[in-house]
Design a protein around this ligand. Sequence first.
Ligand code: FAD
Length: 475
Amino acid sequence: LSSEKYKVKRKDFSTVQANDVNYFKSVLGEDRVLTEEDDVLSFNIDWIRNCRGQSKVVLKPKSTEEVSQILSYCNERRLAVCPQGGNTGVVGGSVPVFDEIILNLGLLNKVISLDDISGALVCETGCVLEKLDNYVRQHGLIMPLDLGAKGSCHIGGNVSTNAGGLRLLRYGNLHGSVLGIEAVKADGTVIDCLKTLKKDNTGYHLKHLFIGSEGTLGVVTKVAIHCPAMPKAVTLGYFGVENFEKVLQLYKSAKSSLGEILSAFEMADFDSISSTARILNLPNPISDFPFYVILETHGSDEDHDKEKLHRFLTNEMKSGLILDGTITSEPSKMQAVWNIRENIAPAGIVGTYLFTFDVSLPMKNYYEIIPKLRQRLGNKVNLVFGFGHIGDGNLHINVVMPEYTREVAELLEPYVFEEVSALQGSISAEHGVGFRKPHYIHYSKDRSALGLMRQIKTLMDPNGILNPYKVLPDE
Ligand code: FAD
């Protein structure tokens, strides 16, 4: 249980009673109030199997009005609530710690409108990212973000975590592409900022408060988001590189040689790729190298893009930055490479325990921590490896071991955060703070900023019912 593992004390919230369940049933009907232990179990456990809560109730609203009624009631009764999207979060934010009511938003899953000229999509927040992408593609558009969890994560979860993903380099983060938001405050008030305009400077930009607030300031119920045009040509390069210094030089060269068509630049070290290929039995299209780079272009002219990429490959093989590589525009071959990359995290939890860290670092120091950790942990763990969105300075550190041990946990935390903080990095680049990191947030946020965050929380959720124990540490 999370509460025991992380030694957290339950706050003074009410406990769900039979009367409360009856009220929820009167709002949602019998079917959308789950109270059987077996039905509730999977909603209590996070994707990475790191955190486990003890909730006895899952509620599945279908509309903003239902969310509003539930929150208004819970606020009056001082019942704590954990908003939950696709439950693919990796910092324990999406599952309860104690007996918080789980508000699962999966049935808020309707597309409301799509303007294929402006690219503005309006939808409910329980829509699965991949389904939205398939939908907008039929209209010549793509979703502005893509991540390995796309088959399960919700757009509401993405917005609430300010998810980054594989193409942030090209399409920017959600603070740029989210046009509007509808959210419900803890007291049930519906905040309507659901505009589809690109420009709207009328007062405070409230939507940004909900982007990345991990369910602590309100429940996001609808989103308007800008979808870029679907690229006519997509090309992918997969390269083997001798050392990390050369990965950096290759990135610099890719930016200047490929310019505006560069849509992703990912790196993975040998252990990331080889262990994933081995565990999941996935073919690796090139042989073994200390580092791998996956580079993708989105453009409008296949011949032009391929020519540019081939020239880049030839030049950089000559210069020695690339040892070997392949370039393809064939969807199945591109998918085979993305499959390995996107399965690095899932492979880490096949029969093993995974510690995962998601940090931002200055480019020149990006990879330093991996050899340091290997030395520090020695044979106490199976593997330490690094991969990530290098174009965004975002490194994922994975430590794989047979099972959780406190000894390794204490060797990792706060060490990793101290190292990152000393380099002026961020202890969470894109996954958020959730339940696992509030007590480390000070490594990245100043006391004055934390003070203001607390004031905002108190203003928006005075009883603290929304996702307690998450994001902000106790004073
Ligand atoms: P959940 O996990 O259900 O919730 C996440 C947080 O948001 C919780 O705090 C929850 O309370 C809150 N929340 C959810 N929905 C709402 C709502 N409607 N209103 C208010 N609060 C809400 N993340 C990245 O950023 N980039 C990646 O490249 C990436 N790759 C991943 C790959 C894999 C294989 C996996 C498993 C995860 C990956 N993630 C990545 C992490 C995760 O997928 C993202 O954080 C995602 O945005 C979470 O969406 P979700 O719907 O699953 O939200």
